[in-house]
Design a protein around this ligand. Structure first.
Ligand code: ADP
Length: 259
């Protein structure tokens, strides 16, 4: 909008009013910018798989003759469809949470069980890189939470740790408690995150290396979703990272949630 009130004397009543007005305008403009950016991002993210789907289907219809060729086409189409579903599911979940409409199914959750199972699974998934993936439960910790949502949080963090750590590296998960919170650290010895990018990695669609991630199946929503779901539990996520050394993502979840 570019519109601003001139502040003659910031101390008097008119001046304070004008300052407040200008600040509000600034925030509004910021919100507009974010909505615009977001709409653009969503359109872009969905257009890419759609373009691939259309191209492959057209070529397939024209040239495929053998059943195996059609099967290959379906397989590839399914991949893109799954990709779009994942994006839409994640966005829905995030916007539900932002509107306060996310209904958590709270049950007692033994975090050691949940994390142990996930670590086991990521060992199965990562077989070619041969990462050393460990889990240490320093205490037995039970909280009230939504099993599926928390599983999603840790799956995303662990998935990233594995994805962004080169062969021969290490990923470790440590569980303990700290000041009324369950604390889960996901530590990797991977590529790390540049300091300039660090403040942005929880934003929707944000990726440090845009080219690399498309092939890895990442769409830049994993951390955003993890953040939102953790917040919905009354918790928070912190990150420290050093380029080419590795990253530590720490999740705090209240031991005694008030809700
Ligand atoms: P993506 O689907 O691209 O992995 P995320 O939201 O999960 O999206 O992560 C956002 C970006 O943060 C990633 O694209 C990557 O650049 C960076 N990132 C996340 N986790 C790590 C990690 N453990 N090590 C290095 N970079 C990471």
């Amino acid at each position: 909008l570019g519109l601003r009130l001139e502040v003659v004397n910031p101390q008097d009543e008119i001046g304070r009013l004008a300052t407040t007005f200008n600040d509000t305008l600034e925030r509004l403009e910021d919100a507009f910018r974010r909505v615009k950016q977001f709409t653009g991002d969503v359109s872009h993210e969905l257009r890419t798989p759609l373009t691939i789907l259309r191209g492959e289907t057209e070529v397939g219809l024209r040239w495929a003759r053998e059943p195996e060729e059609f099967r290959e086409l379906f397989r590839s189409n399914l991949e893109e469809i799954n990709r779009m579903s994942k994006i839409i599911e994640a966005l829905l979940e995030i916007s539900r949470a932002e509107e306060g409409g996310l209904k958590l199914e709270l049950t007692p959750i033994d975090l050691g069980d949940l994390l142990g199972e996930l670590v086991q699974q990521s060992r199965l998934i990562d077989q070619e890189k041969g990462l050393k993936i460990t889990f240490t439960a320093e205490e037995s910790v039970t909280i009230r939470g939504d099993w599926l949502r928390l599983r999603q949080v840790f799956m995303n963090l662990l998935g990233n740790a594995v994805a962004y750590t080169p062969a021969g590296g290490e990923v470790s998960v440590v569980l303990n408690t700290s000041g009324g919170f369950a604390r889960v650290m996901v530590i990797d010895s991977g590529v790390g995150i540049p300091a300039d990018d660090l403040p942005h990695i929880f934003e929707r669609f944000y990726r440090v290396d845009k080219a690399r991630n498309r092939n890895d199946g990442g769409c830049g929503l994993g951390l955003s979703l993890a953040w939102t779901l953790t917040e919905a539990h009354g918790g928070k996520i912190e990150v420290v990272s050093e380029l080419n050394k590795g990253s530590v993502f720490t999740v705090y979840l209240p031991l005694h949630p008030s809700a």
